[in-house]
Every structure is written in structure tokens, then in C-alpha cells.
Design a protein around this ligand. Structure first.
Ligand code: ADP
Ligand code: MG
Length: 254
């Protein structure tokens, strides 16, 4: 049973505080969806969880299975079972996906040959052309192809908790269905815990969320079930943004 605990997390860049008290706990097999307006700090949350340089945690904690992640290197967090699918996957010339598998902790446990065979089978299932495995990671790939490749890494590396930052952006309808279905299967068969950031309930049709959180101005302001995702998609975030609250109050006064 894996458990990612985020408690009262505050984080900032040198210029401004971006995360202002995030609280969420993701356990094995659970899917938590985070939905919120542009610029609210969703990607920052994913970066801070994975230990990207440039952010400092000023308050709160992040633990995975009781171990404090703050202060650990990104690779150490990955080794403990945390995975991040980036909103904007980076292109890494000269490093093929196969060498990521080769050097992963998993490769040393199960053997590279098995991992690679697994990856090839999965690639076919996810619609990743086989030459993409030997090309530099994400190099010259379309947005959707990159997202399929991110998913291939997720499936092959077998983390216990995955953070998926807009995995749906750039994917075509078939890709979206294949990817969300595959991740849902991981939650059922491998007990993967998922924190998925998205704008669209379409992704959540197959990857069924147990909890949906509204994320505004650096923190979770409301939580609910899958119904909330549909409401957000049709009504937007206006109801949850502080400026609207003010105008409602003013309207009441006038
Ligand atoms: P979201 O993913 O919710 O759209 P982000 O987390 O990408 O939002 O960004 C939240 C805010 O923090 C934005 O205003 C963005 O410009 C700012 N921000 C994020 N990372 C940095 C950084 N490294 N340096 C400066 N500003 C940043
Ligand atoms: Mg983002």
C-alpha cells in the first residue's frame, strides 16, 4: 500500500509564493483529479513534488510511504516509486527511451531484456512506433506522440504513485481513449495511485476519479466526486475565484 501525503505545502520561486497550502493524500488504487484555471500553480505542484530545482518549500511536507521527500534528488524520489508525466515533455537528444529503461531501478531488478520486451509490447498497445524507442527521448515528436511515450514510460517503470500533468493535451481522440484506459487498468491491476491534472472530463471518462479537487491560486478550494469535474467543465472556475466572491458580496451590498 503506497501513500503520497502532501500537507500544508507552501512553495515559492525567488519572485513569488505559488503554492499556498496544498493538502491532499493519494493512496494505492486511488485516482485524484486536480482541475483549475491557467496559472493557478498546478504544474508547479507537480514540479515541487518531483524536486525540480528553482522552487523552495517554505512550509509543509511531502511524504511517500512515510519518507520525507523534500531534500531528495529527483532520481531518489523516482526510485522510491514516484513518477511524473510532464505537461511539456522535454526533448533529450542522444538519450533514447531504451537507455532510460536500461538504467532504471527496475532494469536492475527484473533484467533489461524483460523490461525491453515489455516496453515493445506496450509500445504497440499504446500506438508508439517502434523507432520512437531508439530515437532521442521525445525528439521531433508531435505533442500527442510525446504523451503516448510518457505513458509508455509510466507503464514500463511501474511506479507506485504517478502525477500526470495534462496527459491529455495534444492527444487525439483515439490516443486519449487508449492512454486513459491503460492508466485506469494500472490502478486496478497494479494498485497505481494517480494524481491527474486536467481541464477535461473526457480523460476522466475512462480514468475514473475517486476525488476531484478544484485548485485555485495555489491551493485546493473544494473537493468532490466525478460530478464536480462535469460541473467545472460546463460552468468554469468563476464560482471559485476570489474576485468573483468579492463581486457577489458587493452585489449583495448594493
Ligand atoms: P498551471 O499549471 O496551473 O497553469 P503553473 O504552475 O505553470 O500554473 O504556474 C503558476 C504561476 O507560477 C504562473 O504565474 C507562472 O508564471 C509562475 N511560475 C511557475 N514556475 C515559475 C518559475 N520557475 N519562475 C517564475 N514563475 C513561475
Ligand atoms: Mg500547467
Amino acid at each position: 500500500m503506497a501513500e503520497l501525503q502532501i500537507k500544508d505545502l507552501h512553495a515559492r520561486t525567488s519572485e513569488a509564493e505559488i503554492l499556498k497550502g496544498v493538502d491532499v493524500t493519494v493512496r494505492s488504487g486511488e485516482v485524484h483529479a486536480i482541475m483549475g484555471p491557467n496559472g493557478s500553480g498546478k504544474s508547479t505542484l507537480s514540479h515541487v513534488l518531483m524536486g525540480r530545482p528553482g522552487y523552495s518549500i517554505t512550509q509543509g511536507e511531502i511524504t511517500l510511504d512515510g519518507k520525507d521527500l523534500t531534500g531528495l534528488q529527483t532520481w531518489e524520489r523516482a526510485q522510491l516509486g514516484l513518477f511524473l508525466a510532464l505537461q511539456y515533455p522535454v526533448e533529450i537528444e542522444g538519450v533514447p527511451v531504451t537507455s532510460i529503461f536500461e538504467t532504471s531501478e527496475l532494469a536492475s531488478k527484473e533484467g533489461y531484456r524483460e523490461t525491453l520486451q515489455d516496453a515493445k509490447n506496450e509500445a504497440e498497445l499504446l500506438g508508439v512506433p517502434s523507432d520512437h524507442l531508439s530515437r532521442g527521448v521525445n525528439l521531433d515528436m508531435s505533442g500527442g506522440e510525446k504523451k503516448r511515450l510518457e505513458t509508455l514510460q509510466l507503464v514500463t517503470l511501474k511506479p507506485s504513485i504517478a502525477v500526470l500533468d495534462e496527459l491529455d493535451s495534444g492527444l487525439d481522440v483515439d490516443g486519449l481513449r487508449i492512454v486513459s484506459n491503460r492508466v485506469e487498468r494500472l490502478t486496478k491491476e497494479n494498485g497505481l495511485g494517480v494524481l491527474v491534472i486536467t481541464h477535461y472530463s473526457r480523460l476522466l471518462e475512462e480514468l475514473k476519479p475517486d476525488h476531484v479537487h478544484v485548485f485555485v491560486e495555489g491551493k485546493i478550494v473544494a473537493s468532490g466526486d466525478s460530478q464536480l469535474a462535469e460541473e467545472l467543465e460546463s460552468d468554469g472556475y468563476e464560482k471559485w475565484t476570489p474576485s468573483t466572491e468579492t463581486s457577489v458580496t458587493l452585489g449583495g451590498l448594493i
